[in-house]
Ligand binder design. Structure first.
Ligand SMILES: Cc1ncc(C[n+]2csc(CCOP(=O)(O)OP(=O)(O)O)c2C)c(N)n1
Ligand SMILES: [Mg+2]
Length: 723
């Protein structure tokens, strides 16, 4: 808690305690609550004067939040706050000055450098993780953060820095009795991720403190229309290992006592806790909302009587701790502090406009660098892509104790004792890619997640924020969508939105693609362009065993999130097998592979259409003497435009082939760029060949018609040459 003391208590009073708090502490708390409200009031004024551009208040939530903060430790515990949590952040030490810097969008805003709205918290110093606007994404991240703390406690050697990979840039701190705080409104408890997180926190007895700030409304929707029975405490009550508290969150001492019991439960290692505080929302949802439109006057008037600051002030006066003169003095001091903070913010420099381009990816460790280029040291006979991915995971886990691996069915056996008894062989993934890893590295490094994809990605994000390297698996690309919120709005954005304060370089391995004959709609999808359209995440799509091994190692060692797409059909294909390349083999991102040189036409492709293109090209050469250059992009973000340009300048004709659907697909971007930058070199329009604009059908002949086949590629090249 901020130690600023402005009032002093009469000596006679100093002895008495209230829930263990001495009068001086109560005064400090009161001051923080008043300060928080004053900042809100001042921001509202600034918004009306158009000096700031958004305002959301903490008003009515102050008592509950300061009560939480005084039971926790800034820079020791971890915090995943909600946008209402000004009073919490103030009490943890986030200065009013920094809050106004964010409100004006100043370069010196320590939370985001002018990139995020006010009340979107973030402070490395205080362990306050970067906050976003989506309601509900914070829960699973907090769970992952708590798991990481526990992991480091159990693996004390894992926190060491190591030069040359992402660990060089991660200062790991952890404490055996640390708590991860996560807060929410009543409305956001309706999000599925809230419940997914309760499952995992409960199952793992994780040290997470949930605080539900129940102000009775989610914008205009009353809680009884949102939560069955209108009370979240009743619904969560049966989760095992939890400690539950329900309190009047406008009553400081009641809230403080509830928080203290909850934190005690967690620090003693008994599991998570949830504190449900009933608060009020006197200032509407935000400045863009007017609650008179949907709340009757009588209800709003009732809230006025429950104002936490007025209540606490009345209590302190009754106890003789405050008197009208000291209240006035305190308010003047608070006003002066706010004034000075506003004055400084209003003259603060804005970010350089072109700085928007910074910190999308790591600027210290680029996976495109020479550092990630090493020669293979081949050993033994040819191995499949599945073998070499498994081997790469094994080698990297051996090398780096921070790597944890989880996903659906990835463990050898959830009941580890059966493995130890050697009674069972183990599962190790539905495609067996992670086979044997739990046996080698134990159940706290390789484990099954619940059947919930957001759970996998959200937790991975929270772990990566703490310096772990989660390498997680999404069983089928077709089922990646429940994790979409984390994959679009969170994981790739962490570094940028926090202005390089936080980063989450997790690796998401995904089994993708069709050509399975029977895979049908929900086991055959591609869709990579949806992710290449999201800045902040690298997308890799290898076509063969050697590339998969080299690129996966780069993905694991680099300091950015990577979506690693593994084509199911290529896992055990005779095409592209290779000997084990050794434990240091790496391929930099953004370097295409030329499978076949040629002079008449270029085909740009990747993934499972690589072997099909090669077959077509070889036949064209054999039967028609046409010389086709085949380029395999290997990584889709970044991608090697230089290699494309070099080839197109030589052949003057280009076809882009991919398995994913044609319209708005990955090839559209490449084609557009070739058209715009290489127009003068072209002897024919840029051509694209891809799947039809439908999902993949079950019946094999229909599947064949939908996906691009070797014969289609053959014909498309012939046409291109004939133009
Ligand atoms: C995923 C998502 N959906 C919708 C919104 C828009 N939105 C912002 S706040 C809010 C209501 C939140 O209510 P509650 O959780 O009760 O928090 P409160 O604002 O009342 O403190 C909504 C719908 C959002 N930010 N994120
Ligand atoms: Mg609410």
């Amino acid at each position: 808690m901020s130690s600023k003391v402005v009032q002093s208590v009469p000596a006679a009073m100093a002895e008495k305690t209230y829930e263990g708090l001495v009068p001086q502490q109560l005064l400090d708390i009161y001051r923080l609550m008043v300060l928080s409200r004053r900042i809100d009031d001042r921001e509202i004024l600034l918004k009306r004067q158009q000096k700031i551009h958004f305002q959301v208040s903490c008003a009515g939530h102050e008592a509950l939040l300061v009560a939480a903060a005084v039971n926790l430790r800034a820079g020791y515990d971890w915090f995943f706050p909600y946008y209402r949590d000004r009073a919490l952040c103030l009490a943890l030490g986030v200065s009013p000055a920094s809050q106004f810097l964010q409100a004006v969008g100043a370069a010196a805003d320590p939370a985001s450098g002018g990139r995020q709205m006010p009340s979107h918290w973030g402070s490395r110093e205080h362990n306050i993780f970067t906050t976003s606007s989506p309601t509900g994404t914070q829960f699973l991240q907090a769970v992952g953060c708590a798991e990481a703390g526990r992991y480091f406690t159990h693996h004390p050697a894992a926190d060491a820095k190591a030069p040359g990979d992402y660990r060089e840039f991660k200062n790991v701190q952890h404490h055996p009795d640390e708590v991860t705080f996560v807060s929410t409104g009543d409305g956001a408890t309706s999000q599925g991720e809230f419940w997914e997180s309760l499952n995992t926190a409960s199952l793992g007895k994780l040290p997470v403190l949930y605080v539900v700030e129940d102000n009775g409304y989610a914008i205009s929707v009353p809680v009884k229309y949102q939560t069955p029975g209108g009370n979240i405490s009743h619904l969560v009550a049966n989760f095992p290992n939890f400690h539950f508290e329900e309190c009047d969150g406008t009553d400081l001492l009641e809230s403080f006592a509830a928080m203290r019991r909850a934190v005690q439960h967690i620090r003693s290692g008994n599991g998570p806790a949830l504190v449900h505080g009933h608060v009020i929302r006197p200032y509407s949802h935000s400045l863009s909302d007017d609650d008179k439109l949907y709340r009757p006057e009588i209800e709003r008037k009732q809230d006025v009587g429950r104002d936490p600051i007025a209540r606490f002030q009345k209590f302190l006066i009754a106890e003789g701790i405050l008197d009208p003169a000291s209240i006035q003095k305190l308010q003047h001091e608070v006003d002066a502090e706010v004034h000075a903070a506003v004055d400084a913010a209003l003259i603060a420099a804005f970010p350089r406009i072109d700085s928007y381009a910074r910190h999308v990816y790591s600027e210290h460790l680029k996976p495109t660098a020479k550092h990630f280029d090493s020669a293979p040291a081949p050993e033994g006979g040819d191995r499949t892509m599945a073998d070499l991915i498994n081997k790469c995971l094994h080698d990297e886990m051996q090398r780096d104790e921070r790597i944890v691996l989880f996903g659906e069915d990835v463990a050898d056996c959830s009941q580890h004792e059966y493995l130890e008894d050697k009674k069972l062989k183990g599962k190790g993934g539905v495609f067996k890619l992670t086979s044997g890893l739990q046996r080698s590295f134990g159940p706290d490094r390789v484990f099954n997640s619940p059947l919930a994809e957001a759970n996998i990605v959200g937790r991975a994000l929270g772990m990566a924020a703490r310096g772990l390297k989660p390498v997680v698996e999404i069983q089928f690309f077709d089922y990646i969508w429940p994790a979409m919120h984390q994959l679009r709005n969170e994981l790739p954005l962490i570094r940028w939105r926090s202005n390089d304060t936080f980063s989450c370089p997790a690796v998401i391995r995904v089994a993708i693609g069709g050509y399975l004959n029977g895979g049908a709609v929900y086991h055959s999808q591609c869709g990579e362009s949806i992710f290449t359209h999201t800045p902040g995440m690298h997308v890799v799509f290898p076509s063969n065993a050697l590339d998969a091994a080299g690129l996966l190692r780069t993905a694991i060692r680099c300091d950015d999130p990577v979506l690693f797409l593994e084509h199911k059909r290529l896992y055990r294909e005779p095409f592209g097998r290779a000997p084990y390349p050794g434990p240091e083999y790496m391929i930099p991102f953004g370097k295409a592979r030329i499978w076949k040189e040629g002079k008449d036409a270029t085909v740009v492709t990747y993934g499972a259409t690589v072997p099909r293109t090669l077959q077509a090209a070889q036949r064209l050469e054999r039967e028609h003497g046409i010389s086709v250059e085949v380029l395999d992009l290997r990584t889709l973000n970044p991608y090697d435009f230089e290699a494309i340009a070099d080839s197109v300048r030589k052949t003057n004709r280009v076809l882009i082939v991919h398995e994913d659907m044609l319209s708005w697909g990955y090839g559209a971007e490449i084609a557009a760029r070739i058209g715009s930058e290489l127009f003068d070199t072209l002897d024919a329009p840029v051509q694209r060949l891809a799947a039809k604009d439908v999902f993949v059908a079950y019946q094999p002949q229909m599947e064949d018609a939908i996906l691009p086949q070797t014969a289609d590629i053959f014909t498309a090249i012939q046409k291109l040459i004939a133009y």
